[in-house]
Design a protein around this ligand. Sequence first.
Ligand code: MG
Length: 203
Amino acid sequence: MKIFCVGRNYADHAKELGNAVPEEPVIFMKPKTALLQSHTPFYYPEFSNELHYETELVLRISKNGRYVKESQANAYYDSISLGIDFTARDIQAELKKKGLPWEKAKAWDNSAVIGEWIPLTDQLLKNPIHFSLKKNQETVQEGDSSDMIFSFNKIVSHISMYFSLNIGDMVYTGTPAGVGECVVGDVLEGYLEQQKMFELEIK
Ligand code: MG
């Protein structure tokens, strides 16, 4: 199982971190050890002093493939969830400054939180998908799939030009503006439309 992630897929978020809006999807990966298993506590990573949440819609790949055309990409995913691409922002800033790869900021153990999976029906795809994150019961991040620079189909197609898609792979599709810091004791709750997808306490 592979975890693909898209960076800078919302113009407002690219702007808030001082990055240019990309011309093609920015793709990075997390290893499967990054996935926080359900009912497992999440611990603040000891190597960081600036842990950020990034709330993202996540797709699950349902069909093996390579070189998938954008117009056919919707046949390659069938479920959606909401997750957090946890980022050690201080580490990332250091790495970016030096032009180094950012795995140490992004791909560490348990840095990928995932909620419940729901079937991605045509009905659900018909309208923009709205999602939000509450921190200690206050809404801190809100997103809407219609604000994505690259669509689900574009992302899946683009990934497949470089990497095999395999059943069970996940695609974190990028975070909207409003990323921010969390500290030990914070409780994070993710919502897709009105449905609560996960709840997590930072230990
Ligand atoms: Mg992200």
